[in-house]
Design a protein around this ligand. Structure first.
Ligand code: 9YT
Length: 133
């Protein structure tokens, strides 16, 4: 069994901070779960272009308010506590935070922990052999 606390991750290599968001990575590829699990804080007033062409991501909002724009259709969806979105088609999107948002994020394939968005809003696919497998 794996048990981790957010407070133990703060300030370590698993606490990835960019201009628009901070991602505390609770489970990573090396944990061998087949997905990674993160708590992401999106800073108030930010807009982030994201395109996970190598990954699927589900996002569940637990705090804060914002919106997501689907760049394929132009549709804009409000994000608030209790809302989940899943990028099942590697959807290109813009994420806007009206207030600071706290999001629980799951990635498949699992992130290795080092990823930040490149200029195209993409995370690279980093191969890593999981512990014990
Ligand atoms: C919602 C979203 O994708 N934000 C960017 C950070 C990402 N969730 C991560 O790496 O944890």
């Amino acid at each position: 069994m794996i048990l981790r606390r957010l407070q133990d991750i703060a300030g370590t290599a698993q606490d990835v901070v960019t201009q628009n968001w901070a991602s505390r990575r609770l489970l990573l590829a090396r944990d061998g779960m087949g997905f990674s699990l993160h708590e992401t804080t999106v800073f108030a007033g930010t807009e982030t272009f994201i395109w996970y062409k190598n990954h699927l991501e589900a996002v569940y909002c637990v705090a804060g308010e914002g919106e997501i724009e689907d760049l394929a259709t132009g549709e804009v969806h409000a994000i608030a506590p209790g809302v989940m979105y899943a990028l099942d088609r590697h959807d290109r999107h813009k994420l806007r935070a009206k207030s600071e948002m706290r999001l629980v994020c799951v990635f498949n394939p699992a992130l290795t922990g080092r990823e930040v968005h490149d200029a195209d809003g993409v995370y690279p696919l980093i191969e890593e052999v999981a512990a014990g497998g």
